[in-house]
Ligand binder design. Sequence first.
Ligand code: ADP
Ligand code: ZN
Length: 725
Amino acid sequence: MSEDSSPTGIVPVLVPMPAERPYSYAVPPGMRVVPGSIVRVPLGPREVAGIVWDTPTDRVDARKLRPISEVFDCPPIEEKARRFVDWVAAWTLSAPGMVARMFLRAPAAFDPEPLLDGLRWAGGEPERLTEARARVMELARDGMAWTRSGLAHAAGASLTVIDGLKAQGVFETVMIPPQPVVAAPDPSFATPELSGDQQLAADTLRKRAAGGFSVSLLDGVTGSGKTEVYFEAIAAAIEAGRQVLVLVPEIALTAAFLDRFHDRFGAKPAEWHSDLSPRMRERVWRQVAEGRVRVVAGARSALFLPFRDLGLIVVDEEHDPAYKQEDRVFYSARDMAVVRGHIGSFPVVLASATPSVESRVNAQQGRYERVVLSGRFAEAALPDLRAIDMRRDPPARGGFLSPLLLREMEKTVSRGEQALLFLNRRGYAPLTLCRVCGHRFQCPDCSSWLVEHRFRGQLVCHHCAHTEPRPEACPECGTLDHLVACGPGIERIAEEVVSHFPDARTIMLSSDMMGGVKRLRLELDAIAKGEADIVIGTQLVAKGHNFPNMTLVGVVDADLGLANGDPRAAERTFQLLSQVTGRAGRTGRKSLGLIQTYQPAHPVMRAIVSGDAESFYEQEIAERERAHLPPFGRLAAIIVSAATRAEAEGHARGLRRAAPAASDISVLGPAEAPLSLIAGRYRFRLLVHGDKRSDMQSFLRALLSAGPKQRGSVRVQVDVDPQSF
Ligand code: ADP
Ligand code: ZN
């Protein structure tokens, strides 16, 4: 198909549906569409937005074709983005329409932003010149068009002043284009002075930024200045007139990142995440498509924005599990960022203090270029890290903080510095039981305990959000006041902290806090300004923040992530513990990280305490290689869920029997999935294990098409490269 309107008058359109191919539509006479055009088409009884595609559809009877209703006045989705959709669909075994759907997340953006009512000096002078009027006139005489409120604001005058002048005929009304969501970043706004190490790294990245596809792994301890360094790659891309995407794992929490970007480039990047207002989403989407927004900082879904000329992607904290989407289309935004770079022939930078084993191996094998920053910037030193053996230094009865940790907290607070206690568990206690009859509170719809949230007086399921009030009496035996909380969540740690330090200012932070993102940003800001003595938090506080006054980090339960039997558990725990202890000592002061553990000899604890990340990675890599686990082998999970256990298991067995014969790929299971019941659906899992070079996708396609058809409540999901295995 040419870039002109289709000569046949029939075009394929990818609609946001789980269909394998685009559907055919007729182009009405006089309408012009090109591949990538966003169009409105009838679909059953509805109309939907779709993208004109350029791959063939099934043969259709021309008489049954329905016409395209409308072509939106919107830049077409570029060829490279369309190939990206096809690639992601093929890799993840998703319907291309479901991937395209991720590009179509801002429906009102397909129509141009309306022009704004504006005012411009008509040449006359005010009848009487007050001070406010003089200020307005000074601006207006330049002949520029202003919005009414924009002019009032800039001149420091009230709207009445503007309206008064307008009534005198000083202004004419004009239509002005919509305002940009963010100002243009200036690559030479504030160029930093880099250390020798940083300069070398920045030079490498700048060189790569000027070339075609490449992947750089920017690897440096927390506080080494990775952000400072990749800003130089961004500057190079902006200088070259290209667009830039920075992916961050928790955009809602990165107000500090936006400020730093502003300090360096004199303007903020546009944000893209689920917490944006619909109106802002639409404006950002549109302006990205028009090429007016130069830099976007966003969560993983920003990878599916319609960039016009994307020239660089930075994936910050590339190891972070938040980059994996496990819903509808199962994809890793980090891996797909590399794919988007490859298809678009532009460089990708992956940054992390604790890179994933996958990226380390890719660097070792020469596919990625490893760029290393070896120490912390300036006089900042990494914290002194020690394990507390909880068998030797147990907490007081009913407590969870060891005497040693409490003593160090005391010292820290009395020096006027900050302490952080980290526990990756929301709520008060992970399990509540009746001391009399042993009844345990379980979620009615999931195979998991209900977590007590004492401040809200509720029991909550962390998998399906089922909530019930915490009763006074046991629902089983009726005994009053004999329910006990087992184990700690951060609320319980906060309670313990308050009992030991009644005068300290404490802040508790977790993702389910009342007040949402705004409140979180305020609290993080307060911590950075030193307005808290003790912070208690979940992984939210572990990531990327700069708390200059924090000199002690205590990990309440370092063993928490190691117990689940997942081969990736050691890597994850290592990353989390390095990141959270890395919050301490960001400025010159001496700092300490204390890690409470019952297994001080565990390789993860040894690696953290000795600071010997290299041997840890070597061991992990060797173990993966021995077991042919990723990245030395390939894995995919097939998850079958259904309303009854029998249906789920039966279907999974049927799929297993349908597996084609292959010498290099084997199928394990079905077994109950790690969470065997979620939200009332029973789950079974097949694990497909192949060699590095196996054609996993063809194997999976053959298996799924030979297997039983999905019937009744059965649902099958495919997770290529699963997070846990
Ligand atoms: P990382 O991303 O590796 O954790 P950052 O880029 O956040 O490290 O840098 C840590 C701290 O050191 C930040 O406060 C940053 O502003 C400061 N910093 C790093 N490099 C420089 C530099 N060259 N000049 C001034 N400040 C720097
Ligand atoms: Zn539940």
